[in-house]
Each structure stands twice: as C-alpha cells, then as structure tokens.
Design a protein around this ligand. Structure first.
Ligand SMILES: *Cc1c(COP(=O)(O)O)cnc(C)c1O
Length: 370
C-alpha cells in the first residue's frame, strides 16, 4: 500500500499550530489587522536581519513587488528578461505597459546569459530583470558591468533565492532592487506573501507609499499606488516560520545530496551542483533528461513517475515566450532562445521539501534508475 502513496513535488513549511494560536489570540486582543501592525513591523525587521539586507518592504505576494519595482524606478520602454522563469516575471513587465525582450540563458545555471544581453539592448531599453532560477545566483558582476555601461536599472526576481549568499553576502544586495516571494510552495512562506529589497531609506519610503495606494500622509497621495500590504495574521505566521527555515534548508540539503549521489551515474540525467562559496537553499531539484542517452524522453519519464504516484513538475515548461501574450514578440522566436528551449524540453523538478521521507526519496530514485 505504501508503495502507491502519493509523493508531491513540494509540501509547505507550516508553523506549530499551538504557537500560531497564541499569536492569533494576541492579534484578537490588539484588534489591529493590517496597515503596519505590530507583527508586520516585527517581521519586516526580522527578515531584513535574517537575510542580511538593510531595507526590505513586505508585500502581499511575490508578483506585486515586481510590478512595484518597475514603477518605483520609473522604468519605460523595453526590459530585458529571461523566458526561463515563472510567468509572473514577464507579466510584471506587461502590467506596466512595457515591452519584454527575451534573452537566452546559460546551460549550467538556467540564468540569463550576460554575454547575450548587449545584443538585445536598443535605445528603448531601460532595465534588466534577471531571475536567480532555482536559487542559483546570476552572474551579478557581469550584469552590473553591462547595466553601468548602458545606464540601465537592474531588478532581480529573487523569488527562488531566499537566504542565498555568496561568501556571506546576500544576493539581494545586488542590482537596484530584488524581489522575494513567500508563496506556500517556496522555501520560506507566509501562505501568500513577498518582499521588495532596496538599498536606501528614501527608496524604501517610496516603495511603502506605492504599496499603500500612494498615501504619504492622512490626506496626501503622492502616486497612483496599489494595495499590497501584508496583514497581521500572515506576518505572525511568517515570524514562526522564520524560526524553522534554517532547519528546513538543512533537511532539503540532505535530500539534494542523496539525489546527487544516487543519480550521478545514470546516463542522460544531468543535474545542477553546489557552487563553491554559495550558501544554497535547495529550493528545487531540477534534472535534465537527454532522450538519446537516457533512452526515453522527459515527458515519458514524467508520465512514468506519475504512474508510480510520484509528481514531479516540468518547471519551467513551456517557456514564458511561448504564451499567447508574448509569442508574437521578435525576441520570443525559439531560434533566439535555443538553450532555454532545450532546457524547458528536458527539465523535471523532482520532489523536494524539508519533510520528504528517506523512503520516498528512494522510491523516486528507483523509478528514475529503472
Ligand atoms: C513564485 C514566483 C513569483 C511570484 O510569486 P507569487 O508570490 O506567487 O506572486 C515570481 N517569480 C518567480 C520566479 C517565482 O517562482
């Protein structure tokens, strides 16, 4: 019977229910549910400290910080980005009435290829929006060099990169701004939630106006802002989850190491490895299936896993550039995106979460090894 138990690709990190109930009782006493409440302020401070950043604003999800970052930096015209991501990255550009320009990715990381950025720059380009895919840091030094030469802003979609550091330095300190998602499926969650990281107090103030309708005072509205405030209930939940996120990442690491050892000698299965000096968060465990070497296609393996009640996810397939809103763009032509196209056709993200049982990891491995 246990043979057929469903193994999902992810499972949310949940705080202790009794501890959460205590905080809920306190929120009921305070009768202050949103708009910079007690737990909101506490979580903002605690997250900035944990992540190693100076200025962080909480949001109600991880898409609105992307949309707001483009607003706060007054981005116009064209934004260079990657097709190998979750749709929200490109949607945020579209929601600002801007034109996304897709650039191909690097095979080793899945991140935007800095060497292909310059060819995509036009007189209308004003920003670059890279993604730290699977939490692997982008080549931030090279991206900044290009941005500096052409006078472009850089907004990192760091939705996957919670807690990721290079030689002790947070990746969130790169570029002009970075965004985070605290969605239920992420390494760290507040059910739904997110944050926008910037590097100075004046900019944080502007961001905080923008996420609260543009209110700068009781009767002063300084911009056509949006509503993206995080409420007290999720902030309290988030404080509890923050206490256990390091332990969760440590457990994810053990799962990743087991997969790597067990799948290393399987012909046609490519994996990603840890990079020296990087504190990884093991947000995802992607494998890439080379049909000719492995014997069956990615989709055939995906279905085979499903037959065993093992649910991987083809993350990121299809590419964002193939969706109806974007496929007509010149840069969306698959001939412009050969590496991203191949990766999208070969990828499966294997089950990966802190509570994943050893037996379940072994079942996934056995199925892939045949
Ligand atoms: C999850 C995710 C988002 C959006 O976050 P939500 O909190 O779901 O709105 C944005 N970008 C990437 C790369 C993501 O994975």
């Amino acid at each position: 019977m246990s043979e057929n138990k469903t193994i999902t690709v992810t499972s949310p990190l949940l705080p202790d229910l009794q501890e959460f109930e205590k905080l809920l009782e306190d929120i009921w006493q305070r009768k202050w549910l949103t708009n910079n409440g007690h737990y909101h302020m506490e979580l903002e401070t605690a997250l900035a400290k944990y992540l190693g950043v100076e200025y962080l604003s909480l949001f109600t999800n991880g898409t609105l910080p992307l949309i707001t970052a483009l607003q706060a930096l007054r981005i116009t015209g064209e934004v260079i980005t990657t097709p190998y991501s979750f749709v929200a990255t490109t949607h945020s550009i579209w929601w600002n009435g801007l034109r996304p320009v897709f650039v191909d990715v690097e095979e080793e990381t899945g991140n935007i290829d800095p060497e292909k950025i310059e060819a995509a720059i036009t007189p209308h380009t004003t920003a670059i929006m890279p993604v730290h895919v699977y939490g692997t840091p982008c080549n931030m030094k090279r991206i900044q060099e290009i941005a500096d030469i052409y006078g472009l802003k850089v907004i990192y979609d760091a939705a996957h990169a919670f807690g990721v550091k290079i030689n002790g330095e947070s990746v969130l300190n790169a570029g002009d701004m970075s965004t985070l998602s605290f969605h239920a499926t992420k390494v760290y969650n507040t059910v739904e939630g997110g944050a926008l990281v910037c590097h100075d107090a004046a900019t944080k103030k502007r961001i905080d106006y923008l996420k609260n309708f543009g209110f700068a005072g009781e009767t002063t509205v300084v911009a056509p802002g949006i509503n993206s405030k995080m409420d007290e209930i999720r902030a309290a939940y988030g404080l509890l989850n923050l206490k256990q996120v390091d332990a969760a990442i440590a457990k994810r690491k053990i799962v990743a190491e087991r997969y790597r050892v067990a799948l290393k000698d399987v012909p046609g299965i490519r994996m990603m490895y840890d990079i020296d000096g990087v504190r990884h968060n093991y947000a995802y465990f992607p494998i890439f299936v080379d049909e000719t070497q492995y014997g069956i296609s990615r989709d055939a393996l995906y279905e085979k896993l499903k037959e065993q009640n093992i649910f991987g996810r083809r993350y990121f397939y299809p590419l964002i550039s193939t969706f109806s809103a974007y496929k007509g763009l010149e840069s969306a032509n698959p001939a412009n995106l050969p590496v991203a196209t191949r990766m999208a056709n070969e990828v499966i993200c294997l089950p990966m979460y802190a509570g994943l049982k050893n037996d379940d990891v072994e079942r996934v491995i056995t199925c892939i090894r045949k």
